[in-house]
Design a protein around this ligand. Structure first.
Ligand SMILES: NC(=O)c1ccc[n+]([C@@H]2O[C@H](COP(=O)([O-])OP(=O)(O)OC[C@H]3O[C@@H](n4cnc5c(N)ncnc54)[C@H](O)[C@@H]3O)[C@@H](O)[C@H]2O)c1
Length: 273
């Protein structure tokens, strides 16, 4: 989809981070935006930045009824959806024995069911209109299993698998599917994360990730490019790319290396003898 002028774009998680940057990038191209987020007050400044070409929708993407209503509203208003970006997401982690089932359900509801609900609500209409493009935001944590973020990895692996399957299946309807796999990005995701970690560990993790993190504008540019060039698989891995390459070569070797470095880090911090 080379020209995005007046194209109808629905974007979840638009109030912050990658979603906000993506909204601004698509608005610059003249797209007609539907900004979706559970955080109503957070959507207001983004709506003001994007301008009159956008409509805000306060929607919890984990709720299938709410997503069906969203699709109905978008089609009532604009009659079509050219691009659906399932981007809303949350993070949850810590030692697996400390993570509550409530937190497992929360992250699965947003990160996995949020994407499924988007697909379920929009794909039948996209088929009927004769095509479109779906972008799902996964993560490098959807390509390599990382310790202490098992729930996050589980949901993002699911999004990668779902996207790959749909990329093949929906091509026959002229619907293109992209999965985006960024490494660390400087956004609000870690501040809002449910991490079953001691305070000091939590702070160290957040500041460590922040130092290596990419700017959300960079991810937004990649999303825009993926839609324009119909890319199906986009890795913006930075320092995590070698891990993915190692895992692609040998899962066993990757796991041995990951175990070695995790044990070393735990020993260094006095958590293991
Ligand atoms: N920040 C990173 O390091 C990083 C790396 C890889 C992938 N990602 C993914 O990028 C996506 C965007 O995250 P971000 O980093 O911009 O974080 P963010 O916290 O800045 O933005 C996420 C947005 O999603 C919204 N949201 C949360 N739950 C929702 C729900 N139930 N319904 C609707 N909206 C909801 C939040 O209100 C927020 O505005 C997520 O899927 C995240 O997993 C982030």
């Amino acid at each position: 989809m080379k020209n995005l002028e007046n194209k109808v774009v629905v974007l979840t998680g638009a109030a912050s981070g990658i979603g906000r940057a993506t909204a601004l990038a698509f608005a610059k191209q003249g797209a007609r935006l539907h900004l979706v987020d559970i955080d109503g007050p957070g959507l207001e400044p983004v709506l003001a930045e994007v301008g009159s070409t956008a409509t805000a929708h306060v929607v919890d993407c984990s709720q299938s009824d709410a997503m069906l209503r969203l699709a109905a509203d978008v089609y009532d208003e604009d009659g079509r959806t050219d691009v659906l970006i399932n981007n809303a997401g949350v993070c949850c982690g810590g030692p697996v024995e400390k993570i509550s089932l409530e937190d497992w359900r929360w992250i699965t509801a947003v990160n996995y069911w949020g994407v499924v609900n988007g697909v379920h609500a929009f794909v039948p209409r996209m088929i009927e209109q004769g095509g479109g493009h779906i972008v799902n935001t996964a993560s490098m944590a959807g390509l390599v299993g990382l310790p202490y973020v098992a729930p996050y990895c589980a949901t993002k692996f699911a999004v990668v698998g779902l996207s790959e399957a749909l990329s093949v299946e929906l091509a026959f309807h002229d619907i293109h599917v992209t999965v985006i796999c960024p490494g660390a990005v400087r956004t609000g995701v870690m501040q809002n994360a449910r991490l079953a970690l001691p305070g000091e560990w939590r702070d160290r993790l957040i500041s460590g990730l922040d130092k290596r993190a990419a700017d959300p504008d960079k991810i937004a540019r990649k999303i825009l490019n993926a839609v324009k060039r119909r890319r199906s698989f986009v890795i913006i891995g930075g320092e995590m790319r070698p891990l993915w390459m190692l895992r692609s070569l040998s899962v066993g070797l990757y796991q041995s290396v990951a175990r070695y470095f995790t044990t070393r880090a735990l020993r260094k911090s006095g958590q293991r003898p």
